[in-house]
Design a protein around this ligand. Sequence first.
Ligand SMILES: [Zn+2]
Length: 244
Amino acid sequence: MDFMPVIQRLTEGWGAKVGLSVALTIAYEDHAQIFAAFQFLKICRARGLTRRERLSKWHAVEAALAKLRARAPMGKETNNMERIPIVETYLDIDHNQLITRRVTDQIVIHHTGNPTDDDLSAAEIDASHKGQGWTCIGYHYVVRKDGTVEQGRPHWTVGAHAYMQNAHTIGIHVCGNFEEAETTDEQIESLAMLLANLCTDYGLPIDRDHIVGHRELMATACPGRNLYEMMDTVVGKANFYAVQ
Ligand SMILES: [Zn+2]
């Protein structure tokens, strides 16, 4: 959403710095409107505008913002898209060992890959990863064969799922061996809705630059050819869910 030109036009002659700070505040802060109002009052006072003049200018700002928000909804408070239920798994995690992720610009899709086409729970993967000496499950989400989405490690922490790429990515594990087996329809729908939710929450475009298969980051078969072939479909469906 591009507030900048509108705000700059509206605040023309009030000083570029002020227009810019109002625009930035509104675009990136939750309680933007309140903060913007304070900024606005400060300018008005500085420029000696009357109460009446202030009101009419503020109404113009508000009307423009309302129009912009209606045209390009973004963030949780303006988007009523359906959200996938996440099953809380209450894994035993030593949070002191986890690091907060500072950047999120990609979501990486994985599969299980065991020859037996397993449908492992987040708890089972957690136990297995702890057995390898890791703090806890390396993935942020697990999508079971029946479409249930289980919570892995907290979504805001650095994961352990993609070598050298963990600092800026979210890892989603889809259960099965997709070199051999096919994904279930339930998995595809749940994965698409989860991606729609996450991309919206993190402000990421829902496209193939930001949603990748593990094999696009390093030499691995993961997430298996059958799921990899479905990636365009999944991203298309995610776009559909995001505009609901
Ligand atoms: Zn993988």
